[in-house]
Design a protein around this ligand. Structure first.
Ligand SMILES: [Zn+2]
Length: 287
């Protein structure tokens, strides 16, 4: 059964580790992540963007697929099904469809509008025991004319959104979605420490987990980050393994064209990536 992300993240915050959110795109992705979590006895969050939800034929299809897998794969670790970077309407649709967690990304709205919409969603989700992640707007990806600083949030605004009663809070600390530029300044630990000081027990979320060096990830966890989003890294691993299979001509040998064979190396690559991240985040054996 799907669970809200609240309990697993509060435990992670108290235990100084982080739970990974791994975004899913199809059956292979979902199966690879669930099996790895079960093998490693790690809690896990399955992330679904609105685009991926549409690709997988809607939120109800996603809920049906994930619930079916939880049962048939005999998954016992805590699993949350979470909308990633949702719009207000997208979050409502996911709550309706049976997701156990939603992110409302109001970071592009003025703070007053972000507060109003987040407040309303917390009320609606709260009635069903669904966790809510909110995001605070960035104060610019450019500092002192130097691009590469990433998104940085205002700690006071973080406190304001945290006090609304969100389950977990995403705030820019110099992180970037996708690949990091060569001149990236690294995570801004001063801002993270300030946010942590003002928001206390609130589990903090680090987006853009792909390409952040391991020592920075560990330091971020020690400063209150309890959920880390991984997306691009699984995509790169899947693509790389699939390309190697094709380039080696394996699809031309025997029944190598069988989709179950063709997608197997990518599936294994996702499993390996998820395992590596769960070990780094410290969530292994915490389920
Ligand atoms: Zn994100």
């Amino acid at each position: 059964m799907l669970v809200s992300a609240k309990e697993m993240l509060n435990k992670a915050k108290a235990g100084k580790y982080a739970v990974g959110q791994f975004n899913i795109n199809n059956l292979e992705w979902t199966k690879a992540i669930l099996l790895t979590a079960e093998e490693l006895k790690s809690p896990v969050i399955l992330g679904v963007s609105e685009g991926a939800g549409k690709y997988m034929c809607g939120y109800k299809t996603v809920v049906g697929m994930v619930n079916g897998m939880l049962e048939s794969l005999k998954i016992t670790v805590p699993v949350a099904l979470h909308l990633d970077h949702g719009s207000y309407d997208g979050a409502l649709a996911c709550i309706e469809a049976g997701f156990s967690s939603v992110m409302f990304d109001g970071s592009h709205y003025p703070i007053e509008e972000n507060v109003a919409k987040t407040t309303e969603l917390i009320r609606i989700a709260g009635e069903k025991g669904i966790s809510v992640e909110a995001e605070v707007g960035a104060i610019g990806g450019e500092e002192d004319g130097v691009i590469g600083g990433g998104e940085v949030a205002d700690p006071e605004e973080c406190k304001r959104i945290a006090d609304l009663g969100v389950t977990m809070l995403a705030a820019g600390i110099g992180n970037i979605h996708g690949k990091y530029p060569a001149n990236w300044a690294g995570l801004n630990f001063d801002v993270l420490a300030k946010i942590q000081e003002l928001t206390g027990e609130m589990p903090l979320v680090l987006h853009g987990g792909t390409g952040i060096p391991a020592d920075m990830i560990k330091r971020a966890i020690s400063l209150g980050v309890s959920k880390i989003n991984v997306n691009t890294e699984c995509q790169l691993a899947f693509a790389d393994a699939t390309r190697k299979y094709i380039e080696a001509g394996k699809d031309l040998e025997g029944k190598g064209f069988d989709p179950r064979k063709l997608l197997a190396p990518g599936f294994e690559a996702i499993k390996a990536t998820v395992k590596e991240k769960m070990e780094l985040f410290g969530s292994v054996g915490k389920a």
